[in-house]
Ligand binder design. Structure first.
Ligand SMILES: Cc1cc2nc3c(=O)[nH]c(=O)nc-3n(C[C@H](O)[C@H](O)[C@H](O)COP(=O)(O)OP(=O)(O)OC[C@H]3O[C@@H](n4cnc5c(N)ncnc54)[C@H](O)[C@@H]3O)c2cc1C
Length: 437
């Protein structure tokens, strides 16, 4: 039995809930004689969530699977991260904390505070790139500034990938060896918290499988909403139950469009990293003066999927029922909220943040700003999606709409809440006025 009182290193899991190809875990296992895997259920994050939140269930499921792989030695602790570390440092002789980088503003502040605490207490704090193929500081223009346009960013990203393909940290054999050698520090018998212990209730939602079977034919089918032909891997990328390195390597030779979507993911991550103001304010400050109408009753109809536009309603109902919405429907519902209803994109962004299983701050903010026209490389504000034409084009046989709006042909289905042409002109006028200020 290894010495529980001897020096131990921690591996702190966050958005990387897997053992295979986990860079930070691999480094810890490779270098350290004893590793204690830890996950912190962050009180500050959990307290803000509603009592039913499927993402908490997803995390607990992933933690149970990890715990099995660690033969019951994963420590799952609840509290504010710094306070949890203070407890751990009292209980153990910790020499180093290993983790993987997280680029969201809150995570960066949290990690700086924990790193300072560790160093003040004589331990190293080591953080590795894992959640992305290229980090926000790696793909920059020649003058060292960040890209704001996707096309140019993606070209540089791809060139870098050719020159410097990512190394895989497929730690399965290493992990098996580590476990057989008892390298994983024995954990005190903490009980794995249940949903009820954390004050949450079950949602009954099911989660998409962690499979890449939908990559074949992705480019041809991805926009056909009724076919539901995208990968649904968003939640796995969000929580790291899927390695982006392995996914990209496997997918790129099969479907280049799919590969581009993974580059979009990294593009928005670096935008949020370099321009953190964009989480709350328009990326482009010229859009600060749009006079949103912000009608609460209209917002409610949009949330419930009762706008009278079948494709918009289908999208919102899919989101409310499953925690997922097809990408094209996300684009159309978002555009409808900002342009047709002139409701501030931040209201919609918050609603999606509450509901999406694959919610990711960088992707959500980036795409909402794209839809509102205020983001980097955004859709020009004067291009207003016509939801009826979009339906004809991308749900021609009505499969999607019939699935989510079964009462479409009945009297109970509402009239469109605003006429398209009127709304389009009004949006152009209001945007124009805002941009002149
Ligand atoms: C208004 C709006 C809000 C969005 N909010 C989110 C969000 O919170 N989280 C999120 O992951 N994506 C978001 N997206 C992007 C995109 O809609 C989803 O990533 C995609 O629909 C998820 O389904 P999938 O996993 O089947 O993706 P696939 O189409 O199979 O794509 C594979 C992966 O590529 C990435 N990806 C694809 N499209 C984009 C994109 N436009 N921007 C960034 N990454 C992308 C995702 O990680 C996705 O899982 C949003 C899009 C819009 C228009």
């Amino acid at each position: 039995m290894p010495n529980v009182h001897g020096p131990v290193s921690l591996f702190w899991f966050r958005r990387d809930l897997r053992t295979v190809d986990n860079h930070g875990l691999w480094q810890a296992l490779r270098r350290e004689p004893q590793v204690m895997p830890v996950f912190i259920l962050d009180e500050d994050i959990l307290k803000r969530l509603p009592a039913r939140d499927a993402r908490v269930e997803f995390i607990l499921e992933a933690l149970r699977a990890l715990n099995q792989q660690f033969c019951g030695r994963l420590r799952v602790l609840y509290g504010k991260p710094k306070a949890v570390f203070a407890r751990l440092f009292e209980q153990h002789n910790i020499s180093a904390v290993f983790t993987n980088e997280d680029y969201e503003p809150y995570a960066r502040r949290r990690d700086q505070a924990v790193a300072k605490f560790c160093r003040a207490n004589g331990a190293e704090f080591l953080s590795f790139k894992d959640q992305v193929i290229f980090g926000p500081e790696e793909i920059l223009k020649d003058d060292g500034t960040p890209y704001k346009v996707y096309g140019a960013y993606a070209r540089r990203w791809r060139a870098r990938y050719q020159e410097d393909p990512p190394h895989l940290f497929a730690s399965s054999p290493l992990l098996a060896k580590a476990l057989s050698k008892n390298k994983i520090a024995p954990a005190p018998r903490d009980k794995m918290p249940t949903l009820g212990d954390l004050g949450f209730k079950t949602t009954g939602m099911t989660f998409p499988p962690n499979k890449s079977s939908r990559i074949h034919g992705y480019a041809r089918h991805r926009d056909l909403i009724g076919e539901d032909a995208t990968s649904h891997l968003g939640i796995h990328l969000r929580f790291g139950t899927r390695s982006v390195r392995q996914l990209f390597q496997a997918a790129a030779p099969i479907d280049d469009t799919f590969a581009s979507e993974l580059i979009w993911r990294e593009f928005f991550m670096q935008i949020l990293y370099h321009f953190p103001h964009s989480a709350q304010a328009p990326f482009d400050p010229r859009y600060e003066h749009i006079r949103w109408r912000n009608d609460k009753a209209q917002f409610k109809r949009w949330c419930l999927g009762k706008t009278g536009y079948p494709l918009v309603d289908a999208g919102m109902r899919e989101l409310n029922a499953t925690g997922f919405m097809h990408n094209r429907a996300r684009m159309i519902t978002a555009s409808f909220l900002c342009k047709h209803l002139l409701i501030d994109w931040r209201w919609g962004e918050r609603y999606f943040a509450e509901k999406l299983l694959d919610y990711d701050m960088a992707a959500n903010v980036g795409n909402w700003q794209w839809a509102a026209g205020s983001g980097c490389d955004a859709a020009p504000y004067f291009r207003v999606f016509n939801p009826t034409l979009q339906q004809k084009k991308f749900d021609a046989n009505g499969k999607y709409v019939k699935r989510w709006v079964p009462e479409l042909r009945s009297e109970s289905y509402p009239e469109p809440m605003v006429e398209h042409e009127f709304a389009r002109r009004r949006a152009l006028r209001v945007y124009n006025e805002g941009l002149k200020k």
